[in-house]
Write a protein that binds this ligand. Structure first.
Ligand SMILES: Cc1cc2nc3c(=O)[nH]c(=O)nc-3n(C[C@H](O)[C@H](O)[C@H](O)COP(=O)(O)OP(=O)(O)OC[C@H]3O[C@@H](n4cnc5c(N)ncnc54)[C@H](O)[C@@H]3O)c2cc1C
Length: 500
């Protein structure tokens, strides 16, 4: 795992910086590396903890081992297959945001979403990408330069056959068999799991983590090639990048004398106590706090008057990526556990109201049972939400997302499962499928509208957005991390070149 210095006293952080990056997920890690390589002194401010992996011990909580630090400042543990349970508020690893009719999961740790995600690394389909993005961000360029660069950096690869054939992947094989029998054959999908570690788990050399379905709250042995194992250490190795964990940005504004930017931060203890607050200043400010939190910071800055020239597109084009989870049963052996790595995917273009990509997910609660979990991402071109500022509370919230905006993508996902049931390939799950949830929040600072084609925020020199807030609500039939990372790489190429 990434070695960070001691958290120290917030008062020890120098006040002035060339660049500040808010967030250490996909956008933030990439910005940090490319700035560091360009010789720019960069401070990464990350609200969450830096976790260390362990080959033998359970580092994180999980769906079957509830702990307070699985959730960011929440009174309840709320998650797929878990009954809502009272917990203590601490700065835990996943933030659950209730935004109108949708429940959003967003990461909160050094490495951001890469620590808690399922590692599926898949590109958008050309046709839908081109309908979503401006022509000035050509698919050919993304496909030739940026998707391969990111796949290489993250060591993304498809599951080897010997692993696919093992007991914990019984549910994956059942999923593939169901899809093929229904006339929708799946294809292997690249993920960022480290297959040597997965083999180590299967052979008993490492404590089982990925193979028992741990993933959504972290893999204790570092079984995913998350950003703390590639981009972030490379950024720190430049000697120009420092990361400050448990350091939450609470607002942004213009710097002294209208130059650069000032960032208000608070340092948290692991139990949530606020240890101190500071104001830091920088010449260049990179927003990479993820779709929801970058949007919150920008909308609050515009509508409180701190950055009044942010344009009307800030806060708009937000979407759930058409996410839907549906449970069903399968026949045949169940396998003792359901491993987390996803083996395959199928893109269903026609027949379900909107195109959907279906993938076999996992659930620790389903270990040893004939139930399986399907994630689908729909190409939803229509349903979008807007985030607005409430002057009375100073908070930013979703204005206009009701359950009806989830309905088309949920209908598409249920339509596919219904078809499997009509063909006698699957049965209904007695466990109710969740509704109105997304792990893929996108948008709020749409590229080409709130920014130029490289994430430069309109109205302000030296202000950039380089994360999922750039994606206009939908990733074109894909899990979004590859697209987000590729857009960040492309933005940083241009920003760094223009600087030099
Ligand atoms: C359970 C789960 C499974 C997923 N599986 C997949 C998958 O298989 N494939 C895929 O492509 N995508 C997946 N995703 C989605 C993917 O993780 C996100 O789309 C991606 O991480 C977004 O990248 P980002 O850079 O925009 O933000 P993030 O990676 O979320 O990083 C944002 C960072 O900013 C920090 N931050 C936020 N606010 C502040 C603040 N005010 N001050 C300081 N720091 C702040 C956060 O703590 C976080 O570390 C999954 C997500 C979840 C939750």
């Amino acid at each position: 795992m990434l070695r960070l210095g001691p958290d120290g006293d917030i008062a020890e952080i120098p006040e002035e910086h060339q660049a500040i990056v808010i967030g250490s997920g996909f956008g933030g890690s990439i910005a940090a590396l490319r700035l560091g390589e360009a010789g720019v002194q960069t401070l990464v401010l990350e609200r969450g903890r830096a976790w260390s992996y362990d080959a033998e011990e359970a580092v994180f909580g999980s769906e079957l081992r509830l702990r307070d630090d699985m959730f960011w400042n929440n009174d309840f543990a709320v998650w797929l297959t878990m009954s809502p349970t009272l917990i203590n508020r601490v700065p835990g690893i996943i933030e659950v945001v209730q935004a109108g009719g949708v429940q959003i999961a967003a990461a909160a740790c050094v490495g951001g979403g890469s620590v808690v995600y399922a590692g599926v690394t898949v590109a958008p389909t050309r046709r839908y990408y081109e309908a979503l993005f401006p022509a000035g961000i050509p698919y050919d360029e993304m496909n030739r330069v940026y998707f391969p660069r990111v796949r290489h950096m993250l060591s993304a690869s498809a599951m080897p056959e010997d692993i696919y054939r093992t007991d914990p992947f019984t549910h994956s094989r059942a999923f593939d068999e169901q899809c093929a029998a229904a006339g929708f054959p799946t294809k292997p999908v690249a993920t960022t799991f480290n297959w040597s570690k997965v083999r180590g788990e299967l052979a008993g050399r490492l404590r089982p983590s990925a193979v028992i379905g741990e993933s959504s709250f972290g893999n204790s042995n570092g079984a995913k090639n998350d950003l703390t194992q590639n981009y972030l250490p490379a950024a720190m190795a430049t000697g120009n990048v420092r990361i400050s964990p448990l350091t939450e940005v609470t607002s942004i504004e213009r710097g002294p004398h209208g130059r650069g930017y000032a960032v208000r931060v608070r340092r948290l203890a692991a139990d949530g106590t606020v240890l101190g607050t500071r104001e830091l200043v920088c010449e260049m400010l990179f927003l990479a706090a993820g779709s929801v939190n970058t949007t919150r910071l920008l909308v609050a800055a515009r509508d409180s008057g701190a950055l009044p020239d942010l344009n009307e597109h800030v806060g708009t084009c937000w979407g759930s990526n058409g996410d839907a989870f549906v449970y069903r049963t399968f026949a045949g052996p169940t396998g003792l556990t359901q491993a987390a790595p996803c083996a395959s995917t199928a893109f269903l273009e026609e027949g379900f109201g909107m195109p959907i990509r279906v993938e076999n997910w996992y659930s620790m609660a389903f270990n040893g049972t004939p139930y399986m979990n399907q994630l689908s991402v729909a190409v939803d071109m229509d349903n979008r939400g807007t985030w607005t500022y409430d002057r009375a509370t100073g908070k930013v919230a979703m204005r206009d997302w009701g359950p009806e905006k989830n309905a088309p993508s949920e209908a598409a996902a249920n339509g596919f499962v219904q078809l499997l049931m009509e063909k006698g390939l699957a049965g209904p799950s007695p466990v109710l499928s969740p509704m109105g949830g997304t792990a893929h929040p996108l948008g709020g600072c749409p590229i080409g509208k709130a920014t130029d084609l490289y994430g430069r925020v309109s109205g302000y020199d030296g202000l950039y957005a380089v994360d999922s807030s750039l994606v206009p609500g939908n990733a074109g039939g894909a899990n979004p991390s590859l697209l987000i990372a590729a857009l960040a790489e492309r933005a940083m190429d241009d920003i760094v070149a223009a600087k030099g």
